[in-house]
Design a protein around this ligand. Structure first.
Ligand code: SF4
Length: 196
């Protein structure tokens, strides 16, 4: 099958590329990630994705438009509902991949995001399935998460840059801000006391 693989980054693509090739699929990588900020981080991840593609001899299509303002506008609107920001982020990227796959004669699309134990796997799966129906292009699903550690090992062997946070500036805050974590813990405690 000719599959377009949406690549969130180089390291997360290591296992899915290995696995899909083992299954006999013909792959092309697709980098479209308007969620990555700030600009230097975006360029670093993009260059790493290119480095990875070269090392494993993978054709890679790149959309290198840096869309900070568009992302923030969408994210701040989406944040008014629980999980809205990530839902928007998955939908934007996966729909773009699905549309590209459909327009360019691929049999299906999938995404390296499905390897990550840190993403909302079921939300992404449902999102991709809905997009597949709406855009009339099959979504190739496999839960790549059992290969997470293999992917980490491969990325280390290839000496790829491994990013410390998901992508957007919100996730960067969540990763580093003690104040944010404290606030979240307090909110969680309040929620638990209300439901107990
Ligand atoms: S945390 Fe990750 S998935 Fe969620 S909006 Fe930010 S970049 Fe996208």
């Amino acid at each position: 099958m000719k599959i377009l693989l949406h690549m969130c980054c180089g390291p997360c693509s290591c296992f899915p590329v290995q696995r899909l090739r083992e299954l006999g699929h013909e792959l092309t990588g697709y980098f479209f990630n308007p969620n990555i900020h700030p600009y230097k981080e975006f360029r670093h991840r993009l260059e790493t994705a290119k480095e990875f593609a070269e090392k494993v001899n993978l054709d890679l299509i790149v959309d290198d438009t840096y869309q900070l303002r568009e992302f923030l506008t969408k994210a701040l609107t989406a944040e008014t509902v629980p999980n809205g920001r990530c839902q928007m982020c998955y939908t934007w990227r996966l729909r773009q991949a699905a549309n590209f796959a459909k327009a360019n004669g691929y049999d299906a699309f999938t995404a390296s995001l499905f390897v990550s134990p840190y993403q909302q796997h079921e939300v992404m799966k449902k999102t991709a399935e809905t997009i597949a129906i709406e855009e009339d292009i099959p979504f190739f699903y496999e839960d790549f998460r059992p290969g997470w550690q293999t992917g980490v090992d491969l990325s280390l062997q290839m000496e790829l840059y491994r990013q410390p946070y998901c992508g957007c500036i919100f996730s960067e805050e969540e990763r580093y801000s003690k104040a944010w974590r404290k606030k979240k813990k307090q909110e969680q405690k309040q929620l638990e006391s209300l439901t107990s």
